[in-house]
Write a protein that binds this ligand. Structure first.
Ligand SMILES: [Zn+2]
Ligand SMILES: [Zn+2]
Length: 131
């Protein structure tokens, strides 16, 4: 899939677009994603960072992941929407939160991350469980 991908934050101050090919799409149930999104899990997809054109100001919150690598959660300072994340572990990649897409229905998650950390009120999508 290499059609134009567009999206942005709730207030419109930050926009992105990409003609890159989505590398993979997933739900992550880890506590960091829960806190960063305010929801039960993050739904995100990965793109080559050089294929993504971001406009507007993004502020990055840095923290150290369990892997020991720095991760950066990017949000719009005007409206607070969590938009993207990056990690030193894979510097060529950017992860974009699915609900920021202009057409969120194109998101096709194929696997779960940290399903053991899922909250009881946010049941995992069992169709995506690895056999
Ligand atoms: Zn905004
Ligand atoms: Zn996570």
């Amino acid at each position: 899939m290499s059609s134009l991908i567009t999206g942005g934050c709730a207030c419109g101050a930050v926009r992105y677009e990409s003609r890159g090919e989505i590398e993979f799409s997933f739900h992550c149930h880890c506590r960091k994603c829960q806190r960063a999104t305010g929801a039960g899990h993050a739904s995100a997809f990965a793109l080559p960072i050089n294929d993504v054109e971001l406009t507007g100001k993004i502020v990055y919150h840095e923290q150290i992941a369990d892997s020991g690598h720095a991760t950066y959660s990017g949000f719009c300072p005007a409206c607070g929407s969590p938009l993207v994340s990056k990690t030193d572990q894979y510097p060529d990649r950017i992860y974009i939160n699915a609900a920021t897409l202009d057409e969120p229905s194109i998101f096709r998650p194929t696997f779960l991350v940290f399903e053991g950390m899922a909250q009881p009120w946010d049941p995992i999508d069992v169709r995506l469980r690895q056999p």
